[in-house]
Design a protein around this ligand. Structure first.
Ligand code: AMP
Ligand code: MG
Length: 277
């Protein structure tokens, strides 16, 4: 993908004026705004029609930039060293003097922080003097976009600017891990439980629906294409479209294969694109 400096410059300018812009990351496209600015954050929630109880992830260039806003602990540094920049989000305690607007984390005393590796995201983060609050660039409860055309489709003319960075390589959201207590995975992602266990040398739990709610934002309806979807079907109804994995159902009409090789990384990168189709 070619670097388009004019497009990046325009994104910086708008962000500096508390506007929202869509930018590519390696996971999915994000709707970015200044995490310190109430005006920007209000615009993000409004554009996405996102419930105010669903907190946003804050993106930094590197850990040094995050030291004024959150308490970085030993588990954080172990995981940071191994996986960052990359598709992992850490829940950390917010510092008392942090400038991150309280709406960003839905008035919690914690903040979700991530350090993306996408070249364009990093180029923008390096230039600006504030972190970016950035949820996925889709209307709330819908499918996350993995290319610039899908973002345009989500917001039509309501967005001032979209930086086109080609297709997001990973294609699903970051792994979210709470490090404010005994580490717990709040949202599974491409960096798996076993990888994390190995680095922390600890038993790690995965958040379950009936455990105590740690994040009010874990809403029931998520990633919805707007039509009914059935999961883990054992039988085929040929009147429906089918999303499959592996080579069992090759060449059938209305069958969409996520990965013929059953490669989970390939499947992840095709998931939202296929659901949108
Ligand atoms: P997204 O909608 O992809 O931006 O997802 C953000 C995810 O991070 C959601 O699952 C949120 O609940 C979670 N999250 C953001 N901030 C916090 C926080 N302070 N504490 C716990 N979870 C958070
Ligand atoms: Mg989202």
């Amino acid at each position: 993908m070619k670097f388009n400096f004019a497009n990046i410059k325009k994104a910086e300018k708008l962000l500096n004026k508390s506007e929202c812009v869509a930018i590519p990351t390696e996971t999915v496209y994000g709707l970015a705004g200044n995490a310190y600015s109430k005006e920007s954050i209000k615009k993000i929630y409004k554009l996405k029609k996102r419930p105010k109880i669903n907190p946003l992830i804050v993106h930094f260039y590197d850990y040094r930039d995050a030291t004024n806003d959150v308490h970085l602990n030993a588990n954080f540094f172990k995981l940071y060293k191994k996986f960052c920049p990359g598709p992992i989000t850490f829940i950390l305690k917010k510092k008392i003097n942090s400038e991150i607007h309280s709406m960003v984390s839905a008035n919690l005393n914690t903040v979700a922080v991530r350090f993306p590796y996408h070249k364009i995201t990093r180029a923008i983060l390096k230039k600006i003097s504030f972190p970016l609050a950035m949820p996925s660039a889709n209307v709330s409860s819908g499918l996350s976009p993995v290319n610039a055309e899908d973002v345009a489709d989500e917001f039509k003319k309501k967005l001032k600017h979209i930086v086109n960075g080609g297709k997001s390589k990973i294609g699903i959201e970051s792994t979210v891990i709470d490090l404010t207590r005994k580490p717990m995975i709040l949202r599974p992602g491409i960096i798996g439980l076993n990888n994390i266990k190995k680095i922390l040398n600890l038993r790690i739990n995965i958040y379950k629906k009936n455990s105590k709610i740690v994040s009010p934002g874990m809403l029931e309806k998520h990633y919805s294409p707007g039509i009914p979807i059935y999961l883990n079907k054992k039988t085929v109804n040929y009147a429906h479209a089918q999303i499959t994995l592996g080579n069992k159902y090759n060449h059938k009409k209305n069958f969409f294969n996520l990965s013929k090789k059953s490669d989970l990384k390939e499947a992840a990168s095709n998931l939202y694109k296929t659901l949108r189709k």
